[in-house]
Design a binder for this molecule. Sequence first.
Ligand code: PMT
Length: 398
Amino acid sequence: MLKGKHIVLGITGGIAAYKSVTLLRLLVKKGAEVQVVITPAGKEFITPVTLSALSGKPVICDFFTANTGQWNSHVDIGLWADAMVIAPATACTIAKMANGVADNMLVTTYLSAKAPVFVAPAMDLDMMAHPSTRRNIDTLRSYGNHIIEPVEGELASHLVGKGRMEEPERIVEILDNFFSTPQPLKGKKILVTAGPTYERIDPVRFIGNFSTGKMGYAIADEAARMGAEVTVVSGPVSIKPDEASVKVIRVESARQMCDQCTALFPDSDIAIMCAAVADYAPAEPHTSKIKREKSEVPVITLVKNPDIAATLGQAKHSGQIVVGFALETDNERENALDKLARKNLDMIVLNSLRDHNAGFGTDTNKITIITADGSDTDFPLKSKPEVAKDILNAITAL
Ligand code: PMT
């Protein structure tokens, strides 16, 4: 998939720059056209002669070529690129990119690039772990850049930890995957619910469940990779989406989740209801902590929460698709079919807690997809990202 692609390879001043030579060679071997842009510090680690010999193009470092006065247009290079890869990216360059400090050709080109940007940090473990580096990397993520996380191993300092630039072969694989992912959901707006809901009993206690959000966030990430514009309405979870384009709206309770979903649904093409929504909430949450010392065991009266999937299922107009999940412990198919009909869904994804390594918290899931028109497909146990792909492919087929 890299054949004929225009890649700007940014190289900065770190010991891992020696790996950029292999990266460049592999990209060229795959048929990509590569323009190297190097920082002044990068040239201390690897010579432009090696890089220009391998890329077949002069290496760009300065705004002007000294002897001819020729201007190197960062704008033209930025627009030429199908992707920009900065490998290795030092803490200094990452900080400049995060803050728009355009004092060299590489950062200036980065600021002009319209293409997707891949950043492969490489530095000592303590620099990598420093809050300022983490914050700058998060900032790049929020700009939509793809971070190729460094791996653990022995570093230039001989310390061992996370900071080694990812291997060139893997970086090429990531780029290859990026260009080969089909985008059948381009132009579609998808609403995904994920995680549990918490229903407050008092300020310190709640009714909740074991959902971690892994399944819902995997669907959101995969849908974004397939080209969709994705919003996740998420209950309280500790995970984040991998794809920077995924928008997350955080809520706590079923009622809050319902409000957000009903507001977003009219503008959505597809809603995928993966959240484990609490069916009941305390009727009157206490405003102060219920004390154990009181002699009587408190009785908590519950009221029914709104059924979000059913609300959207009833509100949908032709062209909109609503997909629900069914998490069952017994009478799986019967219960799933009942939910499909009762909530007016187009498809239901059945998972059962009787299946080993399926359901809550696991990295895998085992599903059956049942559609309103009667088709019924069992899938084997797969990783949640793979399951997400199966679900989205089934939705695309609808
Ligand atoms: O988050 P993980 O740890 O990765 O776990 C994933 C999962 C097990 C939570 C997920 O795969 C899953 O099964 N999600 C749905 C859980 C659930 O609440 O199922 P249910 O059968 O109780 O609900 C049926 C459908 O109605 C679901 O789409 C649910 O989102 C929706 N619902 C339920 C109650 C309610 N008040 N409003 C709803 O919208």
